[in-house]
Design a protein around this ligand. Structure first.
Ligand SMILES: [Zn+2]
Length: 192
């Protein structure tokens, strides 16, 4: 908030005679608990709003990370032009439709053109974002990203069978244009 907006807000508050601190996520959660018919003041729930806010801030902290910086710290130059594959990167995140958790595995492959990148540092950038971040950063001949995840918004509401997974993928360059490359990647991640 700008200084000016802050002052305007403070003024508005003093004019109505109500001095309240600005609404926090925890305040909203307290209200939400009330709206679903629970008592936010009862023992078990008393500190839940603050805990929820803390957890939500942690789970969305990836929004403030700069993929550029993460990738810069993990780049190497090589003379190597075979497919580089990193399988089974564990991912946890919140879906944007329901803000409920989804979790699973991410597989990333690319065919380097002089540069490779360490992938341990990009845990939460998903499919398209991962693919285009790698594409921009090391200009490989192609990138393939597959995310297999279980979305609790579907599993818990019975939209999906208990053990089914949602698979999303992004293919760029050689992985998009060359069926053989794509098949090689897909068969490599199928081998468990
Ligand atoms: Zn969802």
């Amino acid at each position: 908030m700008t200084e000016k907006a802050k002052r305007t807000e403070e003024l508005a508050l003093t004019e109505t005679g109500i001095v309240e601190k600005p609404e926090s996520i925890a305040d909203l959660v307290r209200r939400m608990i009330h709206l679903i018919g629970e008592d936010p003041e009862r023992d078990g729930l008393r500190h839940t709003p603050e805990r929820f806010e803390k957890a939500l801030r942690f789970l969305t902290s990836g929004y403030h990370q700069d993929p550029e910086k993460l990738l810069n710290g993990a780049m190497f130059s090589v003379c190597y032009d075979q497919m580089v594959l990193v399988k089974d990167i564990e991912i946890y995140s919140l879906c944007e439709h329901h803000m409920l958790p989804f979790f699973g595995k991410c597989h990333v492959a690319y065919i380097p053109d002089k540069k490779v990148v360490g992938l341990s540092k990009i845990p939460q950038r998903l499919t398209n974002q991962i693919a285009s971040a790698i594409q921009q950063k090391i200009c490989p001949l192609g990138v393939g990203v597959v995310v297999e995840a279980r979305h609790l918004c579907m599993v818990m509401r019975g939209v999906e069978k208990q053990n089914s997974q949602t698979v999303t993928s992004a293919m760029l360059g050689a992985f998009r244009e060359n069926v053989q490359t794509r098949e090689e990647f897909l068969s490599l991640i199928r081998d468990k």
